[in-house]
Design a protein around this ligand. Structure first.
Ligand SMILES: N[C@@H](CCC(=O)N[C@@H](CS)C(=O)NCC(=O)O)C(=O)O
Length: 226
């Protein structure tokens, strides 16, 4: 069985992506969680991957890193429907997944993934607004063109949805308003039983990572005792 090496479920947005994908597409896997930002974190990750970052998928002698590469590897190795079967939809799914992998810096840096808290809505700056507008454009565009058969970007859950899931949680955490189509998509991701299982585990983690905590009073704190 492959092993997915991940970081804290409360904060590690990159780890969430392949974890969700493997769970949604019913690939059995073991999991190793390495708490981030501890004195031995780097050495522990380097034990699995020369890149020194999580997530890493270890499959026998093969270690695959970078979330998008793990998703592509899973598609081939486990013969699962990671991408839509229609060629045009597949090209769009890969394009938006890669766009997510390389972009959305404004939203990512101003609003770190933090599943344990909810903050009040407020102006978070132009870069965040631009990223949210682009995300909404993607959701509306893909849902309109390809989303008839289900609630996700291309109908059924795909690698593109796995890539956007952490962004979806940020909209929720930071109270960012979106249009009704985008809201419907956000709700569909948050309702996934795989996501809820991840979140449950996240809320039991003991670690607080200062670098991922914004300097604001939360309106709600969800964390539970471990
Ligand atoms: N582009 C990478 C990003 C991976 C990444 O930044 N991982 C963070 C955790 S979310 C990490 O490993 N941080 C630990 C470190 O840099 O020591 C991917 O897609 O997997």
């Amino acid at each position: 069985m492959p092993t997915l090496v991940i970081g804290n479920k409360l904060y590690s947005s990159w780890s969430l992506r392949p974890w969700l994908l493997l769970r949604e597409l019913a690939v059995p896997f073991d999991e190793i969680l390495i708490p981030l930002d501890q004195p031995d974190t780097k050495a522990a990750i380097l034990h699995h991957s020369p890149a020194g970052r999580v997530p890493v998928l270890v499959d026998g002698e093969t270690a695959v890193w970078e979330s998008i590469a793990i998703i592509e590897y899973a598609s081939e190795r486990f013969d699962i429907p990671v991408w839509p079967s229609n060629r045009e939809a597949r090209a769009m799914a890969r394009s938006v997944a890669a766009e997510m992998h390389a972009g959305f810096q404004g939203l990512r840096s101003a609003c770190p993934m933090n599943l344990g808290k909810r903050f009040a809505s407020r102006d978070r700056g132009e870069d965040v607004d631009r990223d949210v507008a682009r995300f909404s454009e993607i959701v509306n565009g893909m849902r309109h063109r390809f989303g008839q058969s289900g609630p996700f970007l291309f109908g059924a859950f795909t690698g593109a949805d796995a890539m956007f899931a952490p962004l979806v949680t940020r909209l929720e955490t930071y109270g960012i308003a979106v249009d009704p189509v985008t809201r419907g998509y956000v709700d569909a991701i948050l309702a996934l039983s795989s996501f809820q299982a991840w979140r449950e585990a996240a809320l039991r983690e003991p670690w607080v990572l200062a670098q991922d905590e914004v300097d604001e009073e939360p309106v709600e704190v969800y964390r539970r005792a471990a």
